[in-house]
Write a protein that binds this ligand. Structure first.
Ligand SMILES: Nc1ncnc2c1ncn2[C@@H]1O[C@H](COP(=O)(O)OP(=O)(O)O)[C@@H](O)[C@H]1O
Ligand SMILES: [Mg+2]
Length: 298
């Protein structure tokens, strides 16, 4: 698909701290640890770069889990965009993961689509039905569970069907044990935050992706950020009816709002701490590995 020597040349000539590259790049999105961009030379692909690996062995383990996660999601009946995970080994010994994914037109990503329609009830119901496949799978497969980040910006409408594409964080639990190497994520955080995250939040952050109700709270709460809060009261009602029929506790608007406020402040604190860390890393003359957004819209 993408020549390995191209990726290596790309990586060796990248300056993530300034967002500069030898090649022309167009950033499609920023995540908590990854950046997603396109390169005109390879039109039609979205590149997701995750630079958090210490060794080749570690990145290989991650790729194995990524492939397993995608296969579980497909087994659950979800449609995914075609992806291929690979890595490059830099001269300085670092291993960097690249997930090369089929690119969709940005106008097909659901956080854009919700601005093209006044009524977004149907798209919301369609997402809930996709998510339900995950929970059916988890019920039917004792011991193996998949987690999912159901946010509106992780779905694309391709050939008029919903496709899930945010698979770069492979969330799998086997007999209750998270399979993902949490260290990989912690490395993206500034050292002072790592300890706090590890002790207090990490388990909670990961666990919530395995809880149907919380995934839906997160999906709805995110509409504040996506500037469609007008739709929230109705969606809270729909989700509550839906959960009510399945013996799951209903939601309230206040719960969703409270969740959003605390989530937004945690992530903006996280981003600011990363910027400070980038500042001190670069003035110390060391390489800073991550692309950071100028500001995060919350
Ligand atoms: N295959 C793709 N085609 C087009 N845009 C994409 C693609 N993958 C990601 N993006 C854009 O980048 C954003 C972040 O990507 P995502 O896979 O959700 O990673 P993250 O873990 O950072 O949320 C998406 O919301 C979307 O706008
Ligand atoms: Mg995402």
């Amino acid at each position: 698909m993408i020549p390995e020597d191209f990726l290596l040349d790309f990586e060796e000539n990248l300056d993530p701290s300034r967002g500069r590259s030898k090649y022309r790049i167009n950033v499609l999105g920023y995540g908590e640890i990854s950046v997603v961009f396109e390169i005109p030379e390879y039109a039609g692909f979205a590149f997701k770069r995750i630079p958090n690996f210490k060794s080749e062995e570690e990145v290989k383990g991650y790729i194995e889990l990524f492939d397993y996660y995608e296969s579980l999601l497909r087994n659950a009946g979800m449609r995914l965009l075609k992806s291929h995970a690979t890595y490059v080994l830099r001269k300085d010994g670092k291993a960097v993961l690249y997930i090369v994914q089929e690119k969709v037109n940005p106008s097909q990503v659901c956080n854009k689509i919700i601005h093209q329609h006044e009524d977004i009830t149907q798209i919301f119901i369609d997402i809930i039905e996709e998510l339900e496949k995950v929970w059916k799978f988890n019920e039917e497969n004792q011991g193996v569970e998949i987690g999912i980040d159901g946010q509106i910006s992780n779905w694309a409408l391709k050939d008029e069907e919903l496709h899930y594409f945010d698979t770069s964080t492979p969330m799998v639990r086997i007999n209750g044990q998270h399979q993902i190497n949490a260290e990989v994520f912690l490395r993206a955080a500034p050292p002072v935050l790592r300890t706090i995250l590890k002790k207090m939040f990490l388990q909670e952050i990961l666990d919530r992706y395995f809880d149907f109700r919380l995934v839906v709270v997160d999906l709805i709460a995110n509409l504040f950020k996506e500037r469609r809060s007008d739709a929230i009261p109705k969606l809270v009602e729909i989700a509550s009816d839906y959960f009510g029929e399945r013996g799951i506790e209903p939601l309230t608007y206040d719960e969703v709002k409270k969740y959003y406020d605390s989530d937004a402040s945690i992530w903006s604190l996280y981003l600011n701490a990363r910027k400070i860390h980038r500042f001190f890393t670069t003035i110390a003359g060391r390489r800073y590995e991550y692309f950071l957004p100028v500001r995060i819209e919350r």
